[in-house]
Ligand binder design. Structure first.
Ligand code: N01
Length: 857
């Protein structure tokens, strides 16, 4: 109440939704001295668990984990009766929480928010409800849940049916009795799979209309597992903390072993154990690559299909119930109790809508293209407009009246799934771009609520009134979210994760798949870096630490982490011999690269003795264009086969013969020995092209790193000294100069494998100081680059050599050479050639192989 006794209208925070997120938000805000109110369209607390009252509704994360952890006392006083509690029990729990913390007094029920307008002059949000109330607040938080707005039933004739119609996600509060009724269920997602067996127990006839069969594991529900309770009770805080820093918000061992690395017997054992465990996560956690490796995923799909075949007696029905249309896990795995066995009951029938689609719903039933069926009731288990639907259902207007719906027209844009540029002081709990639905929601909710409350406190302490993500930070986060998703099989499925279940919704991967742990770390780092990527404003000024929180591609980061785990000494602290040994030992673990037609080792006459080469021949009929390839390794490390995966890739992908030639290395032989060898090898290959199986006059060069340096140099020498005609040069992160003062040397001096120290070490091994400006060492310093062959120059953003590569591309272009320069964001010096290890560089690699093909035309 305000002082005059009227209902209070202005708050520090208004939260929309009184489900799990809204309740905890309210509790936490109160504890930190913020005035807060919750607005809820339902007439009680519970959110998802208030609306989804259909028979069989249960959680699919074990209740011990799917419960708040913020108050140890609460955990002690509430005891779950089952592993996976029913909807009524979870609703009772949330009601208990609301009562225990006296939350209802600050929740206005039956209050639907219709509009929210940012008032820049007041630095406040004005919230308008359907009841006509107008309230204001400094911070506006949507705690509306990810799966709350029902998807409109997009079935023809839906309004014609005169029998009873039910929606699983808006189930009546009073009991529904299907006894003696002919019931249709449309939809076989989690809601359908949970409700169908119970509806079958009552109905006299049940017909299930399935458009897409789903993967389901047995729930094996029962009392809470004693060992689970014991683990939690042994050290609650440690257990919860493990969950907070886990991949999915549940403490679980996670295998680092790819599926293919495990023998058949062990694979089967793990899959059976996962099934026996009866949960969503164990099977996926039993191998490292089930959501990234299509072949591994396919093999586990077979396991799931065989389980269905073993349960369902009619083979045709069994086959129809086998999921086949999308990779396992790329839609949420369902947990089932008697679902498949229900189809063995004589009064249950499956209609496969792929074969016989629904033509129309009629007054009395459903017509498919094959038959007319009469029903007393139709149950729609057709899902939600997930993750964004409930948010944009409110007309949210940010700065200058911009509409969130418009801003999100092509897919949601958020920073960390928490805030949106242009919408100061507006927040979403478990919003798109956060782990949310891919995690134990309670863990993610608690993390967001804690982060928000700490942020509001920080702003209060610092005297700031507003906070808003910058456009650059938001774009960076969206790129990161997509980069992670693109490493997985998820984008191929027509799932609600992709927005693909709602006609017309943009196809965008909505949650963040990097993991609860990774995400939490990012949020923490944002705070540690004084709210990196947020602009904070107050009456006495503003502060903005502009930046992108995650700019390294996620797969590159995994490589960096794996290397850090090895705890190896930096190469530049070793002798060249030790450095070579370390590099060779590491190479033993790398991915092998694609198959090619033939690999031959040979030698050719060099200026100071023979030089080894390795020849990669495509499987197609020759003769093929030739690429003379120079390996990387700072003129100190490597040999003819040290870039084996990349050479194989170029050979197979560009259908070209790749001849990787060795050259003398430093410090044993210093500059210009490597150049002399590289040039001699080029000449020899040019002269022997036909006997090597190459097409005449189709010769290009390629090289990576120091090999890129040699490739540029031989092109210059061939022009000057009359070498063979070169059709093109592919320069991958090349050394082109000896200047350590570039911005890229400063920005990327450490942390990305090739360090500034290492590069200095390489130069010191290779070349006397007075020789370094010789264009044969620093080709960027050549007098003229006119008439050099067409080039593709590829530079990596996080590479000390980036700027000299870019400078060489620009100099070539200025000299009239045809150049394509690709700058690879988020990549490091070693990642572009790391075939099969860094898939985020696949597009760049494809462009390289296209360029090599084009050189030969
Ligand atoms: O919805 P869904 P849901 N004609 O979208 C079909 C969570 N949840 O409510 O796949 C015919 O998964 C549609 O077919 P298709 C959980 O995260 C959790 O079941 O589009 N069929 C699909 O079969 C879950 O993932 C629990 O071809 C139509 C079904 O309807 C999420 O909520 C329990 C159709 C919809 O499946 C959503 O689950 C329940 C049409 N026009 C839900 N339109 C727990 O266990 C749609 N379908 C905690």
């Amino acid at each position: 109440m305000d002082n005059d006794g009227s209902q209070k209208k202005d708050f520090d925070v208004i939260t929309v939704g009184a489900g799990m997120a809204g309740l905890y938000m309210l509790h936490k805000l109160r504890a930190h001295g913020f005035s807060a109110i919750g607005l809820e369209s339902g007439d009680d607390v519970g959110g998802t668990w208030y609306w989804n009252r259909y028979p069989g509704a249960r959680c699919d994360i074990e209740s011990l984990d799917y419960s708040y952890s913020f108050d140890p006392e609460l955990e002690k006083v509430w005891q779950w009766s089952e592993r996976y509690a029913t909807q009524p029990e979870i609703l009772r729990y949330l009601q208990f929480v609301a009562d225990r913390y006296d939350l209802r007094r600050d929740i206005r029920f039956s209050t639907k928010v219709e509009r929210a307008d940012w008032d820049d002059s007041q630095s406040k949000w004005r919230i308008t409800t359907a009841n006509g109330d107008s309230l204001t607040c400094q911070y506006y938080v949507m705690a509306t849940g990810c799966l709350s707005l029902p998807k409109e039933p997009d079935v023809k004739g839906v309004e014609r049916f005169t029998g009873q119609t039910y929606f699983t996600n808006r189930w009546p509060h009073e009991d529904v009795d299907f006894k003696g009724m002919r019931v249709a269920v449309i939809g076989t997602g989690s809601s359908g799979i949970q409700s169908i067996p119970l509806i079958a127990e009552q109905a006299s006839q049940l017909t299930v209309f399935q458009r897409t069969a789903n993967y389901a594991a047995p729930a094996n529900n029962g009392p809470v597992r004693p060992e689970h309770r014991k683990k939690l009770n042994a050290d609650r805080e440690a257990y919860r903390e493990e969950g907070r820093w886990s991949r999915a918000g549940v403490p679980l061992p996670r295998s680092e072993e790819p599926y293919s690395s495990v023998n058949l017997e062990e694979r089967q054992r793990r899959l059976e154990a996962g099934f026996a465990q009866g949960d969503l996560l164990t099977i996926n956690s039993s191998f490292s690559d089930l959501v990234t490796n299509a072949a591994a995923n396919e093999s586990v799909q077979d396991f799931f299909r065989d389980k269905v075949r073993a349960k369902v007696t009619d083979p045709k029905t069994a086959e129809d119930l086998c999921a086949k249309d999308f990779p396992l896990f790329t839609k949420r795995l369902c947990l089932e109790t008697n679902y498949f066995k229900t189809f063995n009951l004589p009064h249950t029938k499956l209609v496969n809508l792929r074969r016989t689609p629904i033509a129309s719903i009629t007054e009395t039933g459903i017509d498919t293209t094959d038959e007319s069926m009469e029903f007393d009731a139709i149950v729609f288990a057709t899902g939600f407009d997930a993750m964004t639907g409930a948010i944009v259902a409110v007309d949210i207007r940010g700065r200058d009246g911009i509409s969130l719906k418009d801003v999100w027209e092509e897919g949601p844009k958020t920073y960390l799934g928490l805030n949106v540029h242009g919408f100061p002081n507006f927040f979403t709990i478990t919003g798109p771009g956060s782990p949310s639905v891919l995690s134990n929601m309670v863990v993610s909710i608690e993390q967001h609520v804690n982060w928000l409350t700490a942020t509001f406190e920080h702003l209060r302490k610092e005297g700031f009134q507003t906070i808003e993500a910058t456009s650059a930070a938001q774009d960076g986060w969206i790129t990161h979210v997509n980069d992670f998703a693109n490493l997985t099989l998820y984008p191929v499925a027509n799932s609600w994760y992709m927005g693909a279940n709602v006609p017309g919704k943009p196809r965008v991967f909505l949650p963040y798949i990097g993991g609860v742990d990774t995400y939490r770390q990012a949020c923490n780092e944002v705070v540690e870096q004084d709210y990196l990527g947020f602009k904070q404003c107050g009456s006495s000024g503003s502060r903005c630490n502009e930046g992108v929180i995650r700019f390294v591609k996620p797969d590159v980061q995994m490589v960096l982490d794996a290397i850090a785990d090895l705890e190896q000494p930096p190469l530049d602290t070793l002798s060249p011999i030790q450095a070579r040994e370390q590099i060779e030992a590491n190479a033993a673990n790398r991915a092998p690269g694609p198959e090619v037609g033939e690999v031959l080792d040979g030698s050719l006459p060099g200026p100071a003795g023979s030089l080894n080469y390795r020849l990669y021949r495509p499987a197609t009929a020759g003769p093929h264009p030739i690429v003379v390839y120079y390996h990387g390794g700072g003129w100190v490390l490597g040999h003819a086969s040290s870039d084996d995966p990349f050479c194989r890739y170029l050979c197979a992908q560009a259908n070209t013969l790749v001849i990787s030639v060795n050259y003398r290395h430093a410090p044993e032989t210093r500059f210009p020995a490597a150049v002399e060898d590289a040039f001699e090898a080029l000449n020899w290959i040019g002269n022997n092209a036909e006997s090597l199986g190459g097409a005449p006059n189709k010769l290009s060069v390629a090289g990576w790193s120091a090999g890129g340096n040699l490739a540029t140099v031989v092109c210059q020498l061939a022009l000057k000294q009359g070498g063979p005609n070169i059709n093109g040069q592919l320069l991958v992160c090349p050394v082109t100069d000896c200047d350590f003062s570039t911005a890229s040397y400063n920005e990327n001096a450490e942390g990305y494998i090739l360090t500034r120290n290492l590069m200095e070490w390489f130069w010191n091994q290779y070349c006397e100081a007075e020789d370094r400006k010789d264009p044969r060492a620093s080709p960027l310093r050549a007098e003229s680059l006119v008439d050099l062959p067409p080039a593709m120059v590829v530079t990596a953003e996080l590479d000390p050599l980036r700027d000299e590569g870019s400078a060489y591309a620009a100099a070539l272009q200025a000299a009239g050479v045809i150049v394509e320069h690709i700058q690879a964001p988020g990549q490091i010096h070693t990642s572009l050639t790391a075939v099969d290890m860094v898939p985020s560089a696949n597009d760049v690699r494809q462009a390289m192989s296209d360029a090599v093909r084009a050189f030969a035309k």
